[in-house]
Design a binder for this molecule. Sequence first.
Ligand code: BG6
Length: 243
Amino acid sequence: MTGLPETITACLFDLDGVLTGTAILHREAWKRTFDEFLRARDGAGFSEFTDHDYAAFVDGRPRADGVREFLRSRGIVLPEGDPDDPVDAPTVNGVGNRKNELVLKIIDERGVNPYPGSVRYLEAVKAAGLRIAVVTSSANGAKVLDGADLSKYVEARIDGIVIREQHLRGKPAPDSFLAGAAALGVEPAHAAVFEDAQSGVQAGKAGGFGYVVGVNRADQAGELRAHGADIVVDDLADLLEDQ
Ligand SMILES: O=P(O)(O)OC[C@H]1O[C@@H](O)[C@H](O)[C@@H](O)[C@@H]1O
């Protein structure tokens, strides 16, 4: 049993923070990137990048959107630049490239671990005959899925590379989840979305998905509900234990 309504035939899982413990690695890389940037710009008295900044402006969104949204919250507008901008370029792409350099280093040093409860849940979903897609804003989705040995569960993957190539709007827009459902050939009303980010549950709600599961990894159950989660759990295995 999967703890989902009987009308659900497919599961669309976010990756970082839902299936793997990599959300905190992303948050750490973003903090180092933005604190470096703000210190260079404003001097030693700069106002630090906070956990609230991450949750509200960066978490769940494609890389460039996260750069733009956070800087805009501080009244800073940078030119877009080019995808191959150097990491010290004062552009949206340059700042994003610095973050990617850092997060790849952190991932290589520490490795990628799936949440044991998420692996149990994937097994249960598979055994129940439900379809499985991963919908992540990260351009590093394939690397993380392979590193966690989870690719074997995934029938379709919409990631940051697909989002860019197909010009999809990033979360909180529903486009990437809609693309995940379409890749499985399933109507949104019959698909469940699993998300740990406020922008992600918002995307699930906006897309008219049949069930939106908020996964509370950062003490934000109330915010996940407010942004559209139908249910909030601390771990995917809680859905199994409810049976
Ligand atoms: O920079 P990447 O690896 O393409 O990832 C983009 C975003 O991907 C999301 O999965 C993460 O929640 C964000 O923290 C991250 O910024």
